[in-house]
Design a protein around this ligand. Sequence first.
Ligand SMILES: CC(C)(COP(=O)(O)OP(=O)(O)OC[C@H]1O[C@@H](n2cnc3c(N)ncnc32)[C@H](O)[C@@H]1OP(=O)(O)O)[C@@H](O)C(=O)NCCC(=O)NCCS
Length: 193
Amino acid sequence: MGAAVGKKQGEAQEDGGEVGSRSSSGSSSSGVSGGGGDEVVVVVDAGAKGRIVYGSGREVDVYELERLCDKVGWPRRPPQKVATALRNSFLVGSLVLQTERGGAVEETLIGMARATSDHAFNATIWDVLVDPSYQGQGLGKALVEHTVRELLRRDIGNITLFADSQVIQFYDQMGFEADPDGIKGMFWYPGRY
Ligand SMILES: CC(C)(COP(=O)(O)OP(=O)(O)OC[C@H]1O[C@@H](n2cnc3c(N)ncnc32)[C@H](O)[C@@H]1OP(=O)(O)O)[C@@H](O)C(=O)NCCC(=O)NCCS
């Protein structure tokens, strides 16, 4: 957990830079997804080798997500609670590597970001992560930008997140502002009072 950062409506880039915008049909695996949209966008197209796709209506498998969290060194959370969190999220955006094998398309989860919301004014982005093997090539940025774009599309104007101290710069580049007008994120931890 870190500084609270926010983004007000109108600050999102209309064009996501390197991010592609080609629609395609998506497939899904067993798991849970946030309600709502079904945006599917090709982020990286490597032709026959496969492609990386962002989707906001795709189901995320809890155990595949657990493996991804392990890879970035996040502590384990009870799978049942993670499933509940995914199911109750307003938006679950995922990055999936699609490769073709024997005529079938195989999908591997390589990134995720989700958002909770009051469905009217506010959304908070959580659990932003990219598989370390795929970091450093713009995928994290694409993931956050698509998440913001989808929230704006759903008319949510106040978008916030909690940035770990080592990733403040990552969000700052995308227009997120730490402590705007002196606003501070405040946390209440059980057992302290
Ligand atoms: C943070 C994370 C999602 C970034 O993903 P990524 O795919 O490597 O990021 P990108 O390649 O899209 O980087 C976009 C830009 O942010 C910069 N950036 C990436 N990680 C950064 C970091 N930790 N600190 C500062 N800048 C960073 C990149 O240099 C790049 O800058 P450029 O556009 O000037 O080249 C990824 O490192 C990750 O999953 N980390 C572990 C989980 C985590 O900490 N999540 C955030 C919790 S709040």
